[in-house]
Design a protein around this ligand. Sequence first.
Ligand code: CAA
Length: 240
Amino acid sequence: MKRVAVVTGGTRGIGEAICEALKHAGYKVAATYQGNDEAAKKFTEKTGIPAFKFDVGDFDGCKEGLAHIVKALGPVDILVNNAGITRDAFLHKTTLKHWHEVVNTNLDSVFNMSRNVIEGMRERGFGRIISISSINGQAGQAGQTNYSAAKAGIIGFTKALAQESASKGITVNAIAPGYIDTEMVRAVSPEVLSKIVEKIPVKRLGKAEEIAAMVVFLASDQAAFATGATFTVNGGQYFA
Ligand code: CAA
């Protein structure tokens, strides 16, 4: 029986690459998305992967959305918490709204999704929870107090849940990508971005596929001994 994988924010950017790689590796995949219907439609036409629309920042929305996914594909074996947003500004210019938006979408979502799949995983004795953190949750980034805090929060969540879940056949890991060539990174001004790329030892942005490959490994049976870890994939920009 094919295992079922759910990827939040799966219709664009790193999430899209993760969905495609998991499908290629033989999983039944569902993507979730919140707002961009057009991108979701294109994604499903291109990949054949269904996209389910709900807000990962909303606990009840996740519960309902996951119920639709389970009905369509079966119980969730692999959860990839990938959905994320930025609202960059120095703290003295950051609004409370932008603080909450980033923490809600990037960190509350990890609770909302994981809480709604963990009981089933424990009952079935198998699960993989893989959350996309960031180099900026490890190193901090000026202009991203909200994002850095949320991404660092994912790392603590991962370590705690890994301890709770190890005896139940469930592994819980985080991946900390560096600067990957996606819309999110291209939104940084070209001057700022070129200074960042200069500091990456491999002298380029990462590719979404390079994060997806790590997800495929962590989802596999071969990765059963890896849990509670944060896997850094950043071109040597920061040694965590
Ligand atoms: N450290 C310290 N100071 C810095 C700095 C840094 N890294 N970057 C800029 N500054 C300084 C500037 O030199 C400037 O100082 P002066 O006023 O003395 O000249 C001051 O901070 C303001 O900088 P800006 O002119 O850039 O201010 P702004 O208001 O136009 O923009 C910003 C602020 C939006 C935060 C902008 O600096 C920025 O985009 N920074 C990059 C943030 C970033 O890396 N985001 C990552 C997005 S991608 C992502 O998040 C994915 C992932 O996981 C990696």
